[in-house]
Design a protein around this ligand. Structure first.
Ligand code: GDP
Ligand code: IMO
Ligand code: MG
Length: 425
C-alpha cells in the first residue's frame, strides 16, 4: 500500500482527526510528525467523543500501531493523562503507542517561557501555552532534553542543569515559581516506569514498514497557514505543518510520502491572533460559530469564523503537494441562503490569487468573493448531497485544481461520503 499524508489545509481544526480515524481502518501505522499537545484532535465514534492531543487518532482502531516521531514536542504528563483516559474508555494501548527516543521533551520551564513570551509581546500570538515554541527553540539552540534522556538519569541531570544555566536569565523575568532540577528529576523518576515501554526507535520502525509494504498514515497537526516558514508569520506555530515536515519529523525519506490528502472545512476558522482575510466579525461569524460549535478542542477558546478562503487553500495545495481534498463540515453551511468563497485578494488596488510574499501584507488584503446558492439543512448521515452543495464542491475543486475525495457531513465516524478513496486513488 502507499503511504498517505493527512494535512490541515487551513489554520488548524479542519477535522483532520475524524478523517485520520476513518482512513486508519486500513493503515499499518499512524504517525504524528510535528507539533505537540497544542493539537486537539476530535474523534466521535458511536456517540462517544475522544479528544487527542498527542496520541494519534488511529488509536481507536484495534491492534493498529501509533507513533510519535522525533519532530513531535512531547509532554510526558499530558501523554500519560491521555493513556489513562484511553484505559478508562476501555481502549487497549499497551504495545501499540510509541514515542521516538529523539523526540524533544516539553519541560515545565518551557510552559513558563511560553506564558512569559506572550505577556511581553506588544501583540501576543495567542498560543495554546503548552510550551511548544520554547521547546522547539531549545531544540534549535541545542539545549533540548530528548525522550531518551528521561531514561538515563545521570545524563538527564546534566542536561537539565545546562538548559537552566542557559535559560536562567530569561526565566528570572517570570514571576511564576521556577521548577528545580531536583523536582523535575523526581517527577520524571516517578513516571519513568510507565513511559519506558512506550519509547522506541520510531524511525527504524517506519523504515522497516516502508520496506515491508507501507500503508503508513501520516497525521498532521495544525494547518498550512500556521506553518512556521510559510504561514502567517509571526502568528504561526513553531513547526512545519506542511507535508515537508514529515520526512525530518519521522526519520524517513521524503519520497516515502506518496499521496497527500488536504483537509479543509467548508468555511474557515482560526484560533488565536493573526491575519485572517475572510474573517466575519459580525452576525455571520457568530452564526457560523454557533452552527459549527466552533470552540477550541485544546483551550476551549471561541474560534474566529469566516468564509472559505480559496487563495489560502490553493496555496496549501501547492505547498503540500496535495493530491485531493477532504471537505468537512459541509452540513454546517446548510440553511444559509447563499455561501461565499474568496477567489482572490485585492492588495493595494491589485488583484492577486496567491498570498502576498510578505506575510504582513495580509493585513491589507481584501477578499474578493464568489457567491453561490446555499442548500437546505442536511437531515442525516446517508443523505445524498443537495445539488447546490455539489455545485459548491465542484467550484472549490475547479478553483484549487484538485479533486475532492471525501465529504464529511457530521462529527460522527459514520457521516462521511467517499467519492474517491485516497488509499486507492
Ligand atoms: P482537528 O484538529 O483538525 O482534528 O479538528 P478538531 O477536532 O479540533 O475540530 C473539528 C471539530 O469538528 C470537532 O469537534 C469534530 O468533531 C467536528 N467535525 C468534524 N467533521 C465534522 C463535520 O463534517 N460536521 C460537523 N458538524 N462537525 C464535524
Ligand atoms: P490542531 O492540530 C488550531 C494556534 C494557536 C496560536 C498559534 C501558536 O488541533 O489543528 P502554539 O501553542 O502552537 O505556539 O500556538 O497556533 N494553534 C492551533 N490552532 N488548531 C491547532 O491544532 C493549533 N495548534 C496551535 O491558537 O494561534
Ligand atoms: Mg484541533
Amino acid at each position: 500500500m502507499k503511504n498517505l499524508a493527512v494535512v490541515g489545509a487551513q489554520w488548524g481544526d479542519e477535522g483532520k482527526a475524524k478523517i485520520v480515524d476513518t482512513l486508519a481502518a486500513e493503515a499499518s501505522i499512524v504517525a504524528r510528525y510535528q507539533g505537540g499537545a497544542n493539537a486537539g484532535h476530535t474523534v466521535v465514534e458511536g456517540g462517544r467523543k475522544f479528544v487527542f492531543h498527542l496520541v494519534p487518532a488511529g488509536i481507536l482502531r484495534r491492534g493498529l500501531r501509533c507513533v510519535l516521531g522525533n519532530g513531535v514536542v512531547f509532554d510526558p504528563a499530558a501523554f500519560l493523562v491521555e493513556l489513562d483516559q484511553l484505559s478508562e474508555a476501555g481502549v487497549d494501548w499497551l504495545g501499540r503507542v510509541f514515542v521516538s527516543t529523539r523526540a524533544h521533551v516539553v519541560m515545565p520551564y518551557h510552559r513558563i517561557l511560553d506564558g512569559l513570551a506572550e505577556r511581553r509581546r506588544s501583540s501576543s500570538i495567542g498560543t495554546t501555552r503548552r510550551g511548544i515554541g520554547p521547546c522547539y527553540a531549545s531544540k534549535a539552540t541545542r539545549h533540548g532534553i530528548l525522550v531518551g534522556d528521561l531514561l538515563a538519569p545521570a545524563r538527564l541531570r546534566e542536561k537539565i542543569e545546562a538548559a537552566l544555566d542557559w535559560l536562567g536569565p530569561l526565566l528570572e523575568k517570570s514571576d511564576e515559581p521556577l521548577p528545580t532540577p531536583e523536582g523535575m528529576i523526581r517527577d520524571f523518576e516517578e513516571i519513568r516506569p510507565r513511559l519506558e515501554p512506550c519509547v522506541a526507535d520510531v524511525s527504524g520502525m517506519l523504515l522497516r514498514q516502508i520496506e515491508e509494504g507501507g500503508g503508513i498514515l501520516f497525521e498532521g497537526a495544525q494547518g498550512m497557514m500556521l506553518d512556521v516558514d510559510h504561514g502567517t508569520y509571526p502568528y504561526v506555530t513553531s513547526s512545519n505543518t506542511t507535508t515537508a515536515g514529515i520526512a525530518p519529523g519521522l526519520g524517513i525519506p521524503p519520497k516515502a510520502v506518496e499521496e497527500a490528502l488536504g483537509i479543509t472545512k467548508a468555511y474557515t476558522t482560526r484560533v488565536g491572533a493573526g491575519w485572517f482575510p475572510t474573517e466575519e466579525l459580525g452576525e455571520m461569524g457568530e452564526a457560523l460559530r454557533r452552527a459549527g460549535k466552533e470552540y477550541g478542542a485544546t483551550t476551549g477558546r471561541p474560534r474566529r469564523c469566516g468564509w472559505l478562503d480559496l487563495v489560502a487553500l490553493r496555496h496549501a495545495v501547492r505547498l503540500s503537494g496535495i493530491d485531493s481534498l477532504a471537505m468537512t463540515k459541509i452540513d454546517v453551511l446548510g440553511g444559509f441562503p447563499s455561501v461565499k468563497s474568496c477567489v482572490a485578494y485585492r492588495l493595494h488596488g491589485r488583484e492577486i490569487d496567491s498570498p502576498p510574499a510578505d506575510p504582513s501584507d495580509l493585513e491589507h488584503c481584501q477578499p474578493i468573493y464568489r457567491e453561490l446558492q446555499g442548500w437546505p439543512v442536511l437531515t442525516g448521515p446517508g443523505e445524498r448531497l443537495p445539488e447546490p452543495a455539489k455545485k459548491f464542491l465542484d467550484f472549490v475543486a475547479d478553483t484549487v485544481r484538485v479533486p475532492i475525495s471525501l465529504v464529511s457531513t457530521g462529527p460522527d465516524r459514520s457521516s462521511l461520503q467517499v467519492l474517491n478513496d485516497p488509499w486507492r486513488r
